[in-house]
Ligand binder design. Structure first.
Ligand code: AMP
Length: 209
């Protein structure tokens, strides 16, 4: 079974890898960040409440995040496995997850902090199809426009420098302790996430095989 958690700081490439691996393995990619951003865009009450936390780079309260993850973990399409990307992010969330499901692997995306800042400042996203670009390593064909639909690419509000500093701090204080939590359970595998995406995917396959 592939019940997998991707753990790692913002900008480590969790979303990029989850997209590829979830397709290969035929399992859903569950990103709490994507679910929250969709709620913000759809202007739901939950999205409205989450927006301020996300813009500043702080964690959204656990109750809201669990609300949005909802029954997805137990739903039919997740029966053969799932990739959780961006959840859990603190000990309380990890304990809640433990009560709801059993995990097979936790992958720790490892990468130097300077590289994270470089990646996050160069990230641009398409507001229509959510495709992710990098101005340095994966630029769009036409500057500033999405290859798929031509929409004007945007920077995520939380990829601005002030929010990036908060997110890295939040990661090291609240999320990094989960590494030890999962190491003790024998679930943790380290992934060198500093290479180009294809290289990282190859290494990831070997850890999941
Ligand atoms: P991400 O796309 O995973 O970088 O998440 C973007 C933002 O959404 C984070 O900085 C948090 O504000 C919020 N968020 C995503 N997942 C969680 C979570 N598991 N717990 C709390 N906040 C979250």
């Amino acid at each position: 079974m592939h019940r997998i958690v991707f753990l790692g700081p913002p900008g480590a490439g969790k979303g990029t890898q989850a997209l590829v691996l979830a397709r290969e393995l035929g399992i859903p990619h569950l990103s709490t960040g994507d679910l929250l951003r969709a709620a913000v865009a759809a202007k739901t009450p939950l999205g409205h409440e989450a927006d301020g936390y996300m813009r500043s780079g702080r964690l959204v309260p656990d109750g809201l995040v669990l609300g949005i993850l909802g029954e997805r973990l137990e739903s039919a399409d997740a029966r053969e496995g799932f990739i959780l990307d961006g959840f859990p992010r603190n000990l309380a969330q990890a304990e809640t997850l433990e009560r709801r499901t059993q995990l097979d692997r936790v992958i720790s995306f490892e990468i130097p902090a300077e590289e994270l800042v470089r990646r996050l400042s160069a990230r641009r996203v398409c507001p229509l199809c959510q495709s992710v670009y990098n101005l340095v390593s994966r630029p769009p064909r036409t500057p500033g426009r999405c290859d798929r639909d031509g929409a004007e690419l945007l920077q995520r509000p939380d990829d601005r420098p002030e929010a990036v500093a908060t997110r890295l701090e939040v990661y090291s204080v609240q999320t990094a302790p989960l590494l030890e939590f999962y190491r003790r359970k024998g679930l943790l595998r380290a992934l060198d996430a500093s290479g180009v995406p294809d290289e990282v995917t190859r290494h990831l396959r070997s850890l999941l095989g």
